[in-house]
Design a protein around this ligand. Sequence first.
Ligand code: AMP
Ligand code: ZN
Length: 466
Amino acid sequence: MMKLYNTASRRKEDFNPQNPKQVTMYCCGPTVYNFAHIGNLRTYIFEDLLSRTIRLHYPLKHVMNVTDVGHLVSDADDGEDKMELGAAREGKSAWEIAKFYEQKFWQDYDALHCTRPTIISRATEHIGPMIELVKTLEEKGYTYRTSDGIYYDTSKFDRYDALVGHAHISGLQGGARVEMSDEKRNPTDFALWKFSPKDKKRQMEWDSPWGVGFPGWHIECSAMAMKYLGATLDIHCGGIDHVTIHHTNEIAQSEAATGQKYVNYWVHGEFLILRSGKMSKSGGTFVTLDVLKEKGYEPLAYRYLCLGAHYRTQLEFSYESMDSAAKSLKNLRALATQIGVAANRTAQETEKSRAWKDKLIAAMEDDLNAPKALAITWEAVRAGDLSAGEKWDYLQLADGILSLDLLVPVDSEQPTELPAEVQALADARAAARKAKNWAESDRLRDEIAKAGYTVKDTPQGQQISK
Ligand code: AMP
Ligand code: ZN
């Protein structure tokens, strides 16, 4: 039985889906006005572990939104729309910005082996259902109008503090972070629909029964989640920062509209932090997957690093820990390659291999204990009483969850570091081959040979050994 920590109850609970034939899960997706940082990506990696663990037992319908409009700079409905801001910054249209950063997001997502959602829903393609939801809330008396939009009156929803607890909400100071609009009735009220400014035409705006404008960020998730998954979802995920405002507001909107419980299990991932504090886009402490790649790390080394920390603990990022993750991954793959060779890549399922697989599954089902799953995997590949075939059997399952390319053979003869001049020749040869310049490629092979190295071309690229 799978157990998940539910933010709503603050304890680990047995996971019971409403319909075992289809588990429903909604994950808050990226706001596509800039690159995702590796903190954001940590959250998608934890959600992928959850998706892979659920799918060991149940078919899963996984929905993720792409926020391509309406996320204001402050979560409290003030400041500019992040998309329009991105457009101004880069001299492109808001639509171009959204398209560019969304594409980039999926590249990173795939590179980290995160499983694609069943449905990807863009906010700009679901304005209709958002307007319908606001209309329902209006009919039920939860909304009011100000000069800049239609707002949700949080005092009308008596379970508003359900997710975070009373102490937190009552301590929330309106205007503590930003100037609170005079027209807001309660500090926690939030915009469902914002009007376009009278003096400026927005790039992204739509007609509505209340006037031309754009949806609030919170309504996007409620409308899209319920459109695809129904009034009650099994699981809703996101980063821990979303608990107090975004998810609290999603509950208020959805439950007021349907009269039903919105989410059975709220699952939140803790933050990736830097030694200097929070990862932020403004403070120059913004690390992307591309930055890691430029420094020579492969994306899966970052996945390995994230797997080493439980998703509900903060993870402090450092290049020392990246080095050690990259090294461990390399060693684990080398061991797996040896096992594959010894087993002739043939899995042998026995009672013993099943027992190890069960241990791995039990760790993942215990609120996604990935660090334990990694430790079990290290033990399994080194276990003296398992044959190579049994280990290979274990690895099939393990890599289906951990997804670290453990089954891809690595050339263990390859020296870890080539001398700089040989590396330069190798890079030039790789470029020549990419450009289909075979003559140059052959010339460089001879150069490399003169330096005492041989080149082998494999599906994974050229391998150079002494
Ligand atoms: P955003 O694109 O800013 O809407 O965020 C995408 C996801 O990343 C959300 O689920 C956030 O909660 C999450 N997130 C933001 N910052 C971090 C961080 N430093 N560590 C882990 N997750 C984060
Ligand atoms: Zn959301």
